[in-house]
Design a protein around this ligand. Structure first.
Ligand code: ASN
Length: 500
């Protein structure tokens, strides 16, 4: 099939949650002007880093203003999300060494995949993930990329709402000073998640532009840093095992002694870290890690906004962001695991409820994380709505009714998903085994294979063979993870990672 000429609409707006470009600068009019100028002057195969010699404006003349440091911050922010909460559980099911090996592999592969994206975009002058799909495979390629991005963002939003469902009842319980979790509606996560969606998230999602809300994504990164500090601090203040209430179990002193002895032996075994573990839950490790490292749809928009852009500079930015997140992810997983060992839940923050529900530090972390995820949901909803609008209602005038209906429908679906999802592991697992491997491994590799001209790199050249191997690896990981997850569900062990 002939590669289609790049005459598609290009919107220089992000696909996810980095702050720049979400501000009013990226108005539809500005976008359309750029598209118009692009339509007039796009030259096939022209590198976007070269300034167009023609006098006519060109979309690649768009001058980025973001500094190196700010771009590292934006990309780190795009990487960091709820995935960090699942990593300690992944470590409990792989052991420290195997976890470190897999985390390193996913981080390195993630960086290689960005290299493929940057190289492909350099050849054709495209700065949007979906557009690469269009350039490589025409409309099916564009739709596949848009679908994967939409699914990934829906997964991210569901995980954020799941955090609201599991953490908000605990915050309210602490504020009301209630020792026990009662069945009152205000302690029911399902009601609370609907309440927050209707009263906070929906009104924000109805705004026409994100405006200053875009800045709040920087706030979420700070919250996750705060979360990490608390996890490290708590490791040294939470006893292992958690004190058991054995005297309640029996009034007999000799039985208490016996029980104590048994508890001590079990405790020694329980509180010893494992370096290499394999069990049914190990299957979730790669999907959790893949989910945690997804930021690929954001790379090209961040590249667009970069001051004095070059592929090398953008690759440095990506490597640095991945390295910083790699360290943060490893520390969060390690200290979370070393606090609770095999008792850690698939949503780490929820596990601290076992220690002391009234702990002030954990309460502050919960409030911070809850605020961050609540503000991030509308930010992630915007590009999903844009994708739906582009696919279903292309070239139609803005309509408030459609704008509101899509937001309401999306939020309703995500609420239903979250209410019926047994645990956050299901969300990490399904999204991490479907859209994440597509976005990280498969699409960048096959887009690269199609986009780089054979005159430049023949089909049998090393970079292209490597890219194909990368796609095959992604496909393998995807099928393996999905099969193991389905087997886990069918055999009924899927509840292990539950956070309740
Ligand atoms: N950006 C995403 O899609 C997910 C993000 N990497 C997270 O961990 O939540």
């Amino acid at each position: 099939m002939e590669a289609p000429v790049q005459m598609e609409m290009v919107e220089l707006v992000p696909n996810g949650k980095h702050s720049e470009g979400l501000l009013p600068v990226a108005t539809p009019t500005a976008g359309n002007q750029r598209v118009e100028s692009h339509r007039r002057s796009c030259v096939e195969g022209e590198g976007f880093l070269q300034k167009s010699p023609s006098k006519e404006p060109h979309f690649t003349d768009f001058e980025g203003k973001t500094s190196f440091g700010m771009s590292v911050f934006n990309l780190s922010n795009a990487i960091m999300g709820s995935g960090i909460l699942g990593l300690a559980y992944a470590m409990a099911n792989t052991g420290i060494i195997l976890f470190l090996f897999l985390l390193t592999a996913v981080a390195l592969l993630s960086s290689y995949s960005i290299h493929l994206l940057l190289k492909s975009s350099g050849i054709v002058g495209i700065r949007a993930y979906e557009q690469l799909g269009y350039r490589a495979f025409g409309t099916p390629g564009k739709l596949a990329a848009a679908l994967a991005i939409t699914l990934q963002n829906i997964g991210a939003m569901s995980s954020y709402l799941y955090i609201i469902k599991s953490e908000l009842p605990l915050v309210i319980q602490t504020f009301l000073n209630l020792k026990d979790h009662t069945s009152d509606w205000y302690l029911n996560g399902n009601y609370l998640v609907i309440l927050v969606s209707v009263t906070v998230i929906l009104p924000l999602a109805l705004m026409r532009q994100l405006g200053y809300l875009g800045y709040s994504s920087g706030f979420s990164l700070s919250c996750m840093v705060f979360f990490l500090i608390a996890v490290i601090y708590k490791k040294f203040h939470v006893p292992c095992p958690l004190p058991p209430n054995i005297t309640n179990a029996t009034g007999n002193i000799s039985l208490v002694d016996e029980a104590l002895l048994q508890v001590e032996t079990e405790a020694a075994a329980f509180c010893t870290p494992s370096y290499f573990t394999l069990n049914t839950q190990t299957a979730y490790t790669i999907p959790i890690m893949a989910f945690a490292f997804v930021c690929h749809p954001e790379v090209l928009p961040i590249y667009t906004e970069l001051k004095d852009p070059s592929k090398r500079k953008m690759q440095h930015i990506s490597n640095l962001s991945i390295a910083v997140m790699y360290v943060m992810y490893f520390l969060a997983a390690l200290f979370g695991y070393l606090t609770f060992y095999d008792g850690v839940e698939s949503e780490l923050l929820h596990t601290y409820n076992e220690v002391d529900p009234f702990d002030v530090l954990i309460l502050c972390v919960r409030v911070a994380v809850l605020t961050a995820v609540t503000l991030t949901v509308p930010i992630v909803l915007f590009p999903v709505r844009r994708a739906i609008q582009q696919i279903l209602f292309q070239n139609q005038e803005f309509s408030w009714l459609r704008h509101a209906l899509i937001a309401t429908a999306l939020l309703t679906c995500i609420n239903l998903l979250v209410i019926f999802a047994p645990n956050i592991l299901g969300i990490f697992g399904v999204i991490g085994a479907t859209s994440a491997p597509c976005l990280i491994f498969i699409f960048p590799a096959i887009f690269y294979f199609r986009i780089i001209p054979t005159e430049k790199e023949p089909a049998k050249s090393t970079p292209k063979i490597l890219a194909l191997c990368f796609a095959v690896l992604g496909l393998l990981l995807m099928t393996m993870s999905l099969s193991f997850i389905i087997i886990d569900w069918v055999s009924g062990t899927g509840q292990h990672g539950g956070s309740h």
